[in-house]
Design a protein around this ligand. Structure first.
Ligand code: ATP
Ligand code: MG
Length: 169
């Protein structure tokens, strides 16, 4: 039987691209980074090794962050200053309970003046904000191929207007 439940979020402005090799993924992310504004959240979804960290590296490069972005697996959050906007990088792979985020004051990042990128964003549960960019990475046909979609997601509860159209990253 098919359940008929309204989706918890609506999506618009989908960009779909295929990259070959990590450099192309980083460049695509750097182009996408130009449209990011203070307070924006980028939720990254995709299996292990699909390129979520590479995508965040590209955003950092687009911002002009001098430090190399690595996976903050053991720290949960890493901050990168010195770019066009402050960049906060969450990696929730090892999180057991979204409440751990409350303990570290995640709202200060999410609702602050920087841009927050979240790997394994689905582990955040309902702490994800009402509006965010949803980036989905999938393996492609060949080893170095990745299929990437970028969409603007908005919680159904946050509706009240149409989502804006988007441009290509
Ligand atoms: N088109 C591509 N885009 C991105 N990465 C690629 C691509 N082709 C090959 N790769 C390789 O895939 C790996 C992606 O690693 P990355 O750490 O970014 O993945 P991840 O999604 O962050 O994984 P994890 O879930 O472990 O954090 C790298 O080794 C990179 O060189
Ligand atoms: Mg990673």
């Amino acid at each position: 039987m098919t359940e008929c439940v309204p989706p918890p979020w609506r999506a618009a402005a989908v960009t779909a691209l295929r990259t070959h090799g990590e450099d192309e993924t980083r460049r695509a992310a750097a182009r996408f980074s130009r449209r990011l504004l203070p307070g924006d959240v980028v939720a990254l979804h995709g299996e292990l090794g699909t390129g979520k960290t590479r995508f965040v590296q590209g955003i950092a490069e687009g911002f002009g962050v001098a430090h190399r972005v690595t996976s903050p697996t053991f720290t949960l959050i890493q901050e990168y200053a010195g770019g066009r906007l402050p960049l906060f990088h969450f990696d929730l792979y090892r999180i057991d309970d979204p409440r751990e985020l409350e303990e570290i004051g995640y709202e200060e990042y999410l609702f602050g003046e920087g841009v927050t990128c979240i790997e394994w964003a689905e582990r955040m549960g309902d702490l994800l904000p009402d509006r965010y960019y949803r980036v989905m990475l999938r393996f492609g046909e060949n080893d170095e191929d990745r299929l990437i979609t970028i969409e603007k997601a908005e919680a159904a509860s946050a509706s009240g207007g149409r989502l804006e159209g988007g441009d290509r990253p």
